[in-house]
Design a protein around this ligand. Structure first.
Ligand code: ZN
Length: 418
């Protein structure tokens, strides 16, 4: 689990998450291709391509045979607060707060009273060129202080938070006035006037830790969905390859609906699959035949039955932490699993003695959405929506079982070796 902890600790934003994936791929000898390159490929090639620096697709092309694609997808982003341009808001000449907006649907109250830092990407003018740089302040820079219970006696009876006032992080006192842009520029090693674009987010520097009397749980930020990204890259990197092209696809912007140029609802996956076939001189018919034989495991975390609200879970499908990977079903097809893809996934898990638990939303409770059915609209292949059971989804710090990741890694490895 040390690897998982290091992976999450090093990945405060989707940009950094892609860098963490890239690092593992580089160590395994994968080459980076650009979308703007002319792809010259041959059987046995291992490479990856990024889009926007926050989504990545890696390929492991079989040395012989090519039955189709075995795709594993997950998302790189997690709910957070995005810092606006001109963020400084000076309060009565004494405090500087930062102007932020919501990114995704987080549990707002969990962001109070914990040290926060800032990370993301800046775009810098470099002569005539524009260069992208990752930034991670990696210091406890901000805090969103609660209002005392004495000033809001009703707080524990439910309070409707307004992001535009209640959730603005404190960045400093009088001396901090006019310094935020300089602070970021210093970290990026550039002049502040050269920073022309910013995608900056708040994050908690809390490290991943074990919790429970016997280290039963992992308590960490961004488990949704970096735990699934990690299991994917780990299984993908360890697999020896099979008769399908292995495809690891990690997408940004799932938390805001996936509808961006780099999200699961973009052309990124279909473009990349097609270009691989084109570079291997497949005819259009051969490409479509390969797609028809393909499979997608769409991995995004799920809710374990919570002891404080057990009635919110389905009455007969009761996923518990540490009891295995969940296989998600939904009558309205928000999850793309059907009998055929479920059977395939269960068989795969049985082969490596990994546990699988069915997941349904309680029929009277609306669930969240995920990548599987969105991605199926672009690349229409058999899909199993799966995930790891967890508590406190979209809290600043979430909790999951410490055993389930290993089960998923085993399944992913077997999948990429089929
Ligand atoms: Zn998710």
């Amino acid at each position: 689990m040390k690897d998982l902890f290091n992976f999450i600790d090093a990945s405060p934003t989707a940009f950094h998450c892609v860098e963490s994936v890239k690092k593992i791929l580089d160590e395994k000898g994968f080459k980076e291709l650009k979308e703007s390159d002319d792809w010259k490929l041959k059987k046995g090639d291992k490479f990856y391509v990024k889009r926007n620096g926050s989504s990545l697709i890696a390929f492991n092309i079989p040395k012989s045979g090519f039955k189709g694609f075995h795709i594993y997808s997950a998302h790189t982003d997690s709910p957070s607060f995005r810092i606006k341009e001109n963020p400084e808001m000076v309060f009565e000449n004494n405090y500087v707060r930062l102007n932020v907006e919501k990114y995704g649907g987080m549990i707002l109250s969990t962001w109070f009273d914990r040290p926060l830092s800032v990370a993301g990407r800046v775009v810098v003018r470099d002569g005539n060129k524009l260069t992208e740089k990752l930034v991670n302040i990696d210091k406890d820079t901000c805090v969103i202080p609660n209002v005392a219970i004495h000033m809001n006696h009703e707080l524990n009876n439910g309070y409707k938070y307004g992001v535009q006032n209640d959730l603005l992080p404190l960045f400093g006192g009088e001396k901090a006035k006019g310094t935020f842009d300089e602070y970021i520029a210093k970290e990026a090693g550039v002049k502040k006037e050269d920073i022309l674009g910013k995608d900056l987010f708040l994050y908690t520097r809390q490290k991943c830790v074990y919790t429970g009397a016997n280290k039963e749980f992992i308590t960490a930020p961004r488990l949704d969905d970096q735990a699934c990204v990690f299991a994917g890259i780990k299984g993908f990197a360890e697999a020896k390859g099979g008769s399908f092209a292995g495809v690891l696809a990690v997408f940004d912007n799932e938390e805001v609906g996936s509808g961006t140029k780099q999200g699961a609802d973009s052309t990124f996956l279909e473009d990349s699959l097609f270009r691989v076939c084109e570079a291997l001189s497949f005819t259009r018919s051969a490409y479509l035949r390969a797609v028809s034989e393909s499979f997608n495991i769409s991995a995004d975390n799920a809710h374990g039955v919570h002891p404080a609200m057990a009635g919110k879970a389905d009455p007969t499908s009761r996923p518990y932490l540490n009891k295995g990977v969940v296989l998600k079903f939904n009558g309205s097809q928000k999850y793309a699993t059907d009998a055929v893809s479920a059977a395939y996934f269960k068989k795969l898990a049985m082969g490596v003695k990994a546990n699988v638990q069915p997941y349904y939303n309680n029929s009277d409770v609306a669930g969240g959405s995920t990548l599987g059915n969105i991605s199926t609209a672009h690349v229409s292949v058999k899909t199993a929506d799966i995930g790891l059971p967890q508590f406190a989804m979209h809290s600043a710090v979430e909790t999951m079982g410490s055993k389930d990741v290993a089960d998923l890694v085993k399944i992913v490895k077997a999948y990429f070796e089929e």
